[in-house]
Design a protein around this ligand. Sequence first.
Ligand code: TRP
Length: 364
Amino acid sequence: MPDIDPWGDVEIGDYSEKMDKFGIDPISDVEERLPDNLLVRRGIIFGHRDLDKLLDARDEGEQFAMMTGIMPSGVFHFGHKCVVDQIKMYQEMGAQITIAAADVEAYNTRDMSLEEARELVIEEYLKNYVALGIDLENIDFYFQSTGGNEYHLKSKQFAKHLTQNEVEATYGSAEPGKITSALTQYTDILKPQFDGPKPTVVPVGIDQDPHIRLTREVARKYRDAQFHKPSSTYNKFMRGLQGGKMSSSNPKSYIALTDDIEDAKKKIDQAKTGGRDTLEEHREKGANIQEDMVFELLAFHLIEDDEELERIREKYSSGEMLSGELKQIAKDRLEKFLEKHKRRREEASEEVEQYLEEHTGLDR
Ligand code: TRP
């Protein structure tokens, strides 16, 4: 079996081992050239390939792009929010933004019709993206199914530049639907360069790295255009609220941005913490922050201010603060966040409907 299966369950214990194995560079290399961003500051974005090339282009005033894809899988939760935060960061840096809705991939690799896939993308992803502050107006958004003739032709031509060995070494013996999805994804990643070569970054979880590696191969070998090899960044996966994997198929493992507030608070109450078994032991040893999913939620999404987070870390890891108190902080923050999001999502809804009508010609 290959080391990383982009369609399977991925749980990474040791990120640095994967970085060494696949030649991913530490983000600290380029950190000071990036905007001040929580995900970078806290090491949540930990690695990259060739991000310096994109930053060079930015510094020279040349065009550069960011591209990502949406795989419709269940409801939109905090684990999905990381990518939105990154899109916003690149949008503010002046990148051209391209977003592909992976309806063809969903059709080929999951039990889903194209229509179901599209509805899920719109209701669960696009509307939440806009509610979180993505400005659709300057974005190239498309569904894989309606990507256009050039797009579909290239997705077939790219097959010529892969060998059986590469494919097997990267994906194992993947079935045709997966290989087709992979070729479609390479085309997504190179699409920002159809109108001319430009550095493009693809922010992903490390599960998608196999696709990044082969897209770079295709870009190098394809002779009908001069593509830059795509750059990439890698973010850590948020773990599930009960420890282990955060998974769309297990509602207790995540908080959706559309969860009812009381339900969401209950999930916090039931979350795995690093608190000790007895009060005495907790006061003595302090919390095990590494294994605390509530702290993880605060650090990834709910506390922007580093000093504030640091104060909490100190109190909690020294035993002065109890898990119940940490949970209360999380619940208060979460309530504010979800209330605001609910309002924004209602406003976003109409904007998205109108955008789709004008830009995608999708008959819904
Ligand atoms: N395969 C990706 C996923 O499962 C979705 C996707 C499709 C994608 N095209 C892409 C991601 C291009 C990044 C870039 O999440």
